[in-house]
Design a protein around this ligand. Structure first.
Ligand code: ADP
Length: 314
């Protein structure tokens, strides 16, 4: 069985219960919810029963432990999470705008997960993994970038595979070294999973069809384009598959792309055919938006089967 690895931020998310433009006024909050795009991704992988691990750092505080406990409970190997006695776990405050967009306040730049470094123990953990999933959000600090590139190179050199979800946020796009790191990761990617317009940040072409062709010509084996409540598309050299989204009530969109990606990578590595893989991913993304909190909508295989059975093939 493959073992999937990711590296990157672990934090908690605290969510405003009323919509609005940000946090320049007092507003009722709920949380802390376990979070961080790589953490949400790997939690969903674990919940599907797939072997998986995360390398990260947290402070020795409740925000760190709420994450470690959840990931452990859902089957993730957490031996690569260092608990720093003198560090703090990061947080993100999120408020949904009236138009459905999100306003964030991040406190992660100086938190424990911004200082991820690879020890001999983490290098040994990397060598037990056969697939690396890179989240663009994780490429915001120089030591994390180095750690991710090392893992990607090591896993590829051993014959493993790499998936890449750019997951870019304007708040972190200007981080030093990020642009170069995104390009380096792309050059080693087997499975590329952008959301909508992100595709065009990596290709010269101006239409989706041309951009996909351009990227597939660069050794990428498959591309999956996520489209929020409009569903998703899959491309490889021979195939294009489009699925509408499942009809669900959206409560909280955070984590949809991470759960979608986790289900896609898990079933793709298990050798399922692309149409079925996309269907499971589409179901995982849809279920993710039905619960408040980014990781709370992660699904078991039985829950995905139930949605697919209830609504058909998407
Ligand atoms: P990201 O969070 O990376 O921007 P998206 O918002 O595109 O990702 O969501 C990822 C996937 O989750 C979509 O392609 C779709 O399959 C599913 N999804 C997202 N939002 C909804 C929704 N409101 N209803 C049903 N499915 C959704």
């Amino acid at each position: 069985m493959s073992k999937i690895l990711t590296i990157g931020e672990i934090l908690v998310e605290i969510v405003a219960t009323r919509r609005g433009n940000g946090f320049r006024e007092a507003v009722p909050l709920i949380g802390p919810f376990p979070s961080g795009a790589p953490a949400i991704f790997i939690d969903q992988v674990g919940k599907l029963g797939q072997k998986c691990a995360i390398i990260s750092r947290v402070g020795d505080d409740d925000f760190g432990w709420v994450n470690i406990n959840r990931l452990t409970q859902d089957g993730v190997d957490v031996s690569g999470i260092d608990v720093l006695q003198h560090g703090t776990t990061g947080s993100a405050f999120v408020r949904y705008r009236e138009d459905g967009g999100r306003a964030f306040v991040f406190n992660i730049r100086h938190s424990a997960c911004g200082q991820i470094d690879l020890s001999d123990k983490s290098l040994a953990l990397i060598d037990t993994c056969t697939h690396m999933h890179v989240m663009g959000t994780a490429l915001y600090a120089p030591s994390v970038i180095t750690s991710i590139l090392t893992a990607v190179e090591r896993i590829k050199a051993a014959g493993g595979t790499v998936s890449f979800d750019p997951n870019l946020r304007p708040e972190i796009l200007d981080s030093p070294g990020m642009h170069e790191a995104l390009q380096t990761v792309l050059s080693m990617t087997d499975l590329f999973m952008p959301s909508g317009e992100e595709l065009f940040l990596f290709a010269e072409a101006k239409t989706e069809k041309d951009a996909v062709e351009e990227l597939l010509a660069r050794n990428i084996k498959a591309i999956v384009v996520k489209r929020g409540d409009k569903g998703a598309s899959y491309y490889d050299d021979d195939t294009r598959i489009d699925l509408d989204s499942y009809r669900v009530e959206e409560v909280d969109p955070t984590g949809a792309g991470d759960c979608f990606g986790a289900a896609f990578v898990t079933f793709w590595l298990q050798g399922m055919n692309p149409a079925e893989v996309l269907r499971y991913a589409n179901a995982a993304g849809a279920r993710a938006v039905t619960r408040a909190g980014p990781m709370e909508g992660a699904s078991t295989r039985a829950e995905l089967d139930a949605l697919i059975q209830a609504q058909g093939n998407g």
